[in-house]
Design a protein around this ligand. Structure first.
Ligand SMILES: [Zn+2]
Length: 163
């Protein structure tokens, strides 16, 4: 289960809609106790995917997917790690959008996924954010869906930590 406030989800949706028809991506920061993750902040990232990365990953990627790729700049990861440490949070995972695709991980997503991360994917159809679904790898490196709970306002924790 992952708790994310509807306000944070709206932020993600806005990001996805602004980036459309490109993919957007960003980080989910928060706390985790056992199987209960709680998002305290979302960090929109510039999509750092460029021609150079495309060449670098050319051999290993599944080119049959029509999905575009995303990467997060290492500097942002470092900044997020530092912030997370300072606030006793952790980087819970990564969100990205699927323009005109379902909120289901692609083979490419699976290959590059880290086992401990949550992957929140939102479908953006014709510029309109729709379904958001969350996924996590199991021990066989297959994605299993994680329930999203938006009933608790996770932003409360975030505003206290920021103060
Ligand atoms: Zn994807």
């Amino acid at each position: 289960m992952i708790y994310i406030s509807s306000q944070q989800l709206q932020e993600l949706h806005r990001h996805g809609e602004m980036a459309y028809p490109r993919e957007c991506c960003g980080l989910l920061l928060g706390t985790c106790e056992g199987e209960q993750a709680r998002v305290t902040e979302v960090w929109p990232a510039e999509n750092a995917w460029d021609e150079e990365s495309a060449v670098q990953f050319e051999d290993v990627e599944d080119s049959t997917t029509s999905e575009r790729r995303y990467t997060i700049a290492p500097e942002l990861m470092l900044a997020a790690q530092k912030t997370a440490r300072d606030r006793r949070w952790q980087i819970l995972g990564i969100y990205h959008s699927h323009p005109n695709h379902e909120a289901i991980p692609s083979e490419c997503d699976r290959q590059w996924a880290w086992p401990e991360y949550y992957y929140l994917i939102m479908a953006v159809r014709d510029g309109q954010a729709g379904d958001s679904r969350c996924w996590r790898l199991d021990e066989r490196r297959q994605f299993q869906e994680v329930l999203i709970d938006r009933s608790i306002d996770g932003s409360i924790d975030g505003s206290i930590a920021r103060a």
